[in-house]
Write a protein that binds this ligand. Structure first.
Ligand code: GLN
Length: 195
């Protein structure tokens, strides 16, 4: 299983460690050739700063090829800034980056006081999952009936699944619980069997 992790900025190393711990191969995507010279079973977009990541994506010519892979069904796990990169709409008029996920997001939705915090709750079928939020966005609207809400914190949507795309406002890679990454690898496995 070969997973590409976008490694332009942010918390990509932690995702890589977790994926490797689960027995998959991880390739860091730092330039266009990393994307075009590999066949990936899955992709990960880490947290960090979406404006910086989005600008680098465009400068390096990666936006369009990455968008095409996602639209072609490659499973993608996106956390925090990664979720913002996927979103079709960013509140406040910012131009979307990849725009493959039919949702609206609001950046830094918890304000300064609640900049970082933890909350334990369900994520899809997974019970008691510790969610670590760091200057996190929320999902304010789904633009398709196929967008499923998988986690909520105080009435705010913090995780969604849409076809091959998983968007999380929190950071599972920063804790020890590997269940979300395991589920993601299962999705990648069925994609690679069918491609
Ligand atoms: N606040 C960041 C942004 O808007 C996201 C924070 C994160 O990825 N932890 O891009």
């Amino acid at each position: 299983m070969k997973i590409g992790v976008l490694a332009l900025q942010g918390a990509f190393y932690e995702h890589r460690k977790m994926i490797e711990q689960l027995g998959a191969e991880c390739i860091e995507i730092r330039q266009l050739s990393d994307l075009t010279s590999n066949r990936f079973d899955g992709l990960m977009l880490p947290g960090g700063e979406s404006t910086v990541q989005g600008k680098l994506l465009a400068e390096l010519g990666i936006t369009e090829p990455l968008r095409n892979l996602i639209n072609a069904g490659t499973p993608v796990l996106a956390t925090c800034a990664g979720l913002i990169l996927l979103a079709e709409e960013i509140e406040g008029g910012e131009k979307p980056y990849l725009g493959t996920l039919p949702v609206a997001v609001k950046r830094n939705a918890f304000g300064r006081q609640l900049g970082s915090f933890e909350y334990t709750g369900s994520v899809g079928d997974l019970k008691d999952f510790k969610m670590t939020f760091i200057r996190a966005p929320i999902i304010t609207a789904g633009h398709s009936d196929e967008v499923q809400t998988t986690a909520v914190f105080e009435d705010k949507i913090v995780a969604v699944k849409y076809r091959n795309q998983i968007g999380l406002a929190f950071h599972p890679e920063l804790d020890q619980d590997t269940r979300i990454h395991e589920e993601f690898l299962e999705l990648c496995k069925s994609f690679s069997l069918n491609k």
